[in-house]
Design a protein around this ligand. Structure first.
Ligand code: PXG
Length: 458
């Protein structure tokens, strides 16, 4: 239960003093302040207006073990009393940090045996950016500076994160991307390959990477970065064979392969990591979110031993943050991994609730507003279209329908995100079959309710 807050006063203060993330401040002012989320338990959040909302987004794709885990609070409390902070800059480390590095290396496996800690997913990608460029210099190939990424990728909100990302509407704010980053097409079959053979489409999207490498000159390319499944771009699940083709291209030209696992990691796709589920082997793996289930900020970049052996010949890698390897965050992340393992959440997603979500979403396939449903593990998407059997959108352009359907979902007690006209979901890994039924029923009802407004657009 939450404390007895004065919600009206909090909303007033929110407008007066708080600048929330990725928002239109005028809109928040006109709304009279943000929705104040006061407490949460299991798969539900509660707001100050008395609503109980099924959290179809696990916070922001992160609360994998669900809300209300007392043992995570206890471990943070104990660690704060024993050692609330110490840094990793002074040839020093702390027990939770070292133990977490070992724990992560056990899960990533193979050559991914070295872990650099950060505070956020964006910082994990900044670390990739600086480490990879430094690596090539130390290795004696200083011209290899170019990163290849994909349009509509999300890699964070820092300068490097936005630049590596492929969201044009983010690039325009801050005059990004920075130089040395190239973008190629994404493997979005429903949106960009509709009606074509998915495998062939995936191969073409991979071939676009090779074309870009040849255009830039292989001797100038440092790395390719991609989310195994694009999350913020709209839960874009690449066709079978795409990642194998990408991996082969990277190996052919000696280019490092970076799998951004910030969303896909920690059981989300039904394996510990998305690259394990999709069957490829990256050289660097930035991760965050599910690492601590969002209970405290922490991220990590897993790095292959081959890279670290080269770095060892280059002196200091002059990079790091005050909170790199924060002991309290590390202790909580370690215990979070214990919970995922103890409760078998990865296997549960792979064998039980993941397939069940796919089945449940398939019930929407006959709905007149639905062009496609898709999912992998507990990442799901519903494409809203103006004409069944097509990928045509209301009003002839993307983004008119999604927010309307999303608002109905929230009013009906389900938190989901609208990405253009795609409703996406990423619930806690503890979600039950009955809660998945609720989630899909609410989407169905919300589609029905949105129909008159949508038909008015078309
Ligand atoms: N990489 C990926 C793949 C992400 O999804 C980041 C990096 C950056 O992580 P931090 O911790 O710096 O936020 C993310 C974050 C959305 C949304 O609109 C998605 C994210 C963050 C905020 C909003 O769905 N993903």
């Amino acid at each position: 239960m939450a404390r007895n807050y004065d919600i009206a006063e909090l909303k007033r203060l929110d407008v007066a003093h708080h600048l929330p993330a990725q928002q239109d401040y005028k809109l928040i002012e006109d709304m009279g302040g943000s929705r104040i989320v006061t407490h949460a338990d299991g798969c539900y959040i509660h707001d100050g207006d008395g609503n109980r909302i099924l959290d179809g987004m696990a916070g922001l794709w992160c609360v994998n073990v669900g809300y209300g885990r007392k043992e995570l609070a206890d471990v943070a409390y104990e660690q704060m009393l024993e050692l609330p902070f110490y840094n990793t800059f002074f040839k020093t480390a702390t027990p939770p940090t070292v133990m977490l590095a070992d724990r992560i290396a056990g899960i990533t496996g193979g050559k991914l045996q070295h872990i650099f800690f950060n505070g956020s997913g964006s910082e994990a990608n900044d670390t990739v950016f600086r480490m990879v460029r430094h690596y090539w210099k130390v290795k004696g190939e200083p011209k290899r500076t170019v990163f290849i990424s994909r349009w509509n990728a999300y890699h964070g909100s820092t300068v490097a994160g936005v630049s590596l990302g492929g969201m044009k509407f983010m690039h325009v704010q801050g005059d990004l991307p920075i130089p040395g980053i190239e973008h190629v097409r994404q493997p979005y079959h429903f949106g960009e390959g509709f009606g074509t053979d998915p495998y062939e489409f995936g191969q073409q999207c991979a071939a676009a990477i090779e074309e870009k490498i040849l255009e830039v000159g292989p001797e100038n390319v440092a790395a390719f970065i991609g989310e195994p499944v694009q999350g913020a771009g709209g839960v874009i699940i690449p066709p079978d064979g795409y990642w194998q083709a990408v991996e082969a291209i990277c190996r052919k030209y000696g280019i490092l392969l970076v799998a951004d696992e910030v969303i896909c990691g920690y059981g989300r796709t039904g394996e510990w990591f998305g690259h394990q589920r999709l069957g490829f082997t990256p050289d660097l793996v930035p991760m965050a979110k599910g690492l601590s289930s969002g209970y405290l900020p922490i991220s990590a970049t897993a790095v292959s031993s081959d890279i670290v052996e080269v770095l060892k010949t280059g002196g200091d890698f002059i990079h790091g943050f005050t909170y790199s390897g924060h002991p309290v965050s590390a202790a909580v992340a370690h215990r979070n991994i214990d919970i995922i393992e103890r409760e078998g959440l990865v296997g549960r997603v792979r064998d039980d609730v993941g397939p069940y979500l796919a089945e449940a979403l398939a019930r929407l396939n006959d709905h007149p507003l639905v062009g496609e449903t898709r999912s992998i593990g507990l990442l799901g998407a519903v494409e809203i279209v103006s004409k069944q059997g097509t990928n045509e959108r209301f009003g002839g352009s993307e983004g008119n329908a999604g927010p309307i359907v999303r608002d109905h979902c929230i009013d009906n007690g389900l938190m989901v995100r609208a990405i253009r006209d795609t409703i996406v979901m990423s619930p806690p890994l503890i979600i039950t079959r009955a809660q998945i039924d609720d989630l899909v029923d609410i989407i169905c009802r919300s589609l029905d309710e949105a129909m008159p407004a949508l038909r008015a657009i078309a």
